[in-house]
Design a protein around this ligand. Structure first.
Ligand code: TTP
Length: 198
């Protein structure tokens, strides 16, 4: 992609097909350029601070490659109390995460950052309650392949829907991009939106 000085150009700094689909559903025009950053949490870093920091770092890395454009980035993590559950390395770790989540309520945090003429970061929390899962359910799902690239080892939008007893808050936030808050963020920056004349 070549440089573009157009202030209405939006770049999504993400390799996640979920974020791409969520944004595309709203007919918002954007290009994609993934940021590869170190996602190791700092010692004692709380979930809210962690996802905000990672979203900001992703947005800044891609903004430096696209001067003049607006860059949107996000990061999602699952938090069970003070414990952060990122993407499981394998089916065994997925199973361990599902065992922790079974029969309990956890928080899903997504940090969203917009970088361009100015910078803004927000963090959205959704509470998700899991059913009490049987060993057979956990083992089948852990080995289904679906948990591997998902924070907390499940996809609410996929087969993982059967694990969930209830959701309190934004569902798109769980999938990786809180649509209501993201639209408000783009609106504040003056980006053109399909329902608003630019
Ligand atoms: C809990 C949950 C997470 N997820 C996904 C959303 C995110 O893509 C992923 C968390 O990983 P992230 O590190 O937030 O995102 P990513 O590595 O997929 O993409 P990028 O950093 O390039 O933007 O987990 C679901 O799809 N469904 C769910 O129910």
């Amino acid at each position: 992609m070549h440089m573009n000085a157009d202030q209405t150009l939006l770049v999504l700094a993400s390799a996640s097909p979920r974020r791409r689909e969520l944004l595309a559903q709203l007919d918002i025009r954007f290009t994609v350029s993934a940021a590869d950053i170190d996602e190791t949490p700092h010692a004692g870093e709380a979930a809210e601070a962690y996802v905000g920091r990672l979203a900001r770092e992703k947005a800044r890395v891609v903004a430096s490659r696209h001067p003049g454009a607006w860059v949107l980035a996000a990061d999602t993590t699952v938090a069970l109390g003070a414990e952060l559950l990122g993407k499981p390395r394998d089916a065994e770790e997925a199973q361990a995460m599902l065992t922790r989540l079974s029969g309990r309520t956890h928080d899903v945090y997504t940090g969203v950052a917009l970088a361009g003429r100015h910078e803004e970061t927000l963090v959205v929390r959704t509470r998700v309650t899991f059913r009490s899962l049987s060993p057979g359910e956990m083992s089948w799902y852990a080995n289904s392949g679906e948990p591997l690239d998902k924070a907390g080892a499940y996809a609410i939008q996929g087969k993982g829907g059967f694990l969930v007893a209830g959701v309190d808050g934004s569902t798109s936030n769980v999938v990786g991009l809180p649509l209501g808050e993201t639209v408000a963020l783009l609106e504040r920056a003056g980006l053109p939106l399909p329902w608003r004349a630019s």
